[in-house]
Structures are given as C-alpha cells and as structure tokens.
Design a protein around this ligand. Sequence first.
Ligand SMILES: [Zn+2]
Length: 159
Amino acid sequence: MSDPEPRPVRLTRAVLEEIRAEATRAYPHEACGALIGPAPGEVRETLALPNQDEDSPRTRFAVSPRDYMAVESAADARGVRLLGFWHSHPDHPARPSATDRRYAWEGLLTIVIAVERGTPRDITAWDVPGPDQPFRQLTLVAGAPEPASAPQEVSCPPS
Ligand SMILES: [Zn+2]
C-alpha cells in the first residue's frame, strides 16, 4: 500500500475526557460521536451524535446520513475536517466488530472505547487502508496537551 507507516492518531486531553464522559453517560448503551480536526490524525474536537439504532442501542450504533452530512458541512464551514467517528463498546473489548467494518469508510478513523460496568477503559484507533481490507490498528497518542499550551513545557517566562 502507499501508506506503509500510518501516522499516529493524536487526541487532545479535552477530546479524550469528552469521549470518556459521553461513553460513561450513555452506558449501558453505545455512544458515538464525530472526530474533527485540522489535519489527518489530529483530533481536536468531538461532536456527540444521537444513537439512531433504536432496535439494539446496546450493541451497535448508527450514524444517520443526515447527521454525517451535517457534521461534514459544519466542519467544512469552519475550515476543519471530519476525520472519523468514535463509539463505545459497553462491556466489550475496544476492538472493532465485523459490523463496525461494514460501516467504516476508507480514509476515516474509527476510535473505539470500552466501557466496563460503567467505567471507561481502553481506547483504540483504527483505519481501513483500502477497499476490502480489514481494520488496521493505529498508534493512539491520547491526552496530548492542547497545541496552544505546548510552549509552556519548554520555556520559562523571562523575569
Ligand atoms: Zn463497535
């Protein structure tokens, strides 16, 4: 493939906390949301989406095409991108299922967070490198400092 070494996925601390909180709030149902950022792999925002699957909200989520388009155009309008989606796995490991693969789009991230008895656990990131390819796990760098605050780590203000 043209992309033998996929870039790591970076989540800011605020995004990580929001995903954990939303996944916990939705338990025992699945939660899902959109991942938004300025460039591939740079997740700076998440947007919760209503779980549309009323038949079995505990085991699978569905993003309506209308939600998808609304999120994508909102991101476009602000000059950022829709990078993918996250969802929770209540009482299941943080690995995407066969159903998840069926609904995954090539070029978009899939982030999965396990929620075990109401407590958020592992979080993993995946993509689909090509048509008919299985999920590929990506390195997830979670809880990175906000870009604007990064210089605080390396410099002391002159006094
Ligand atoms: Zn899933």
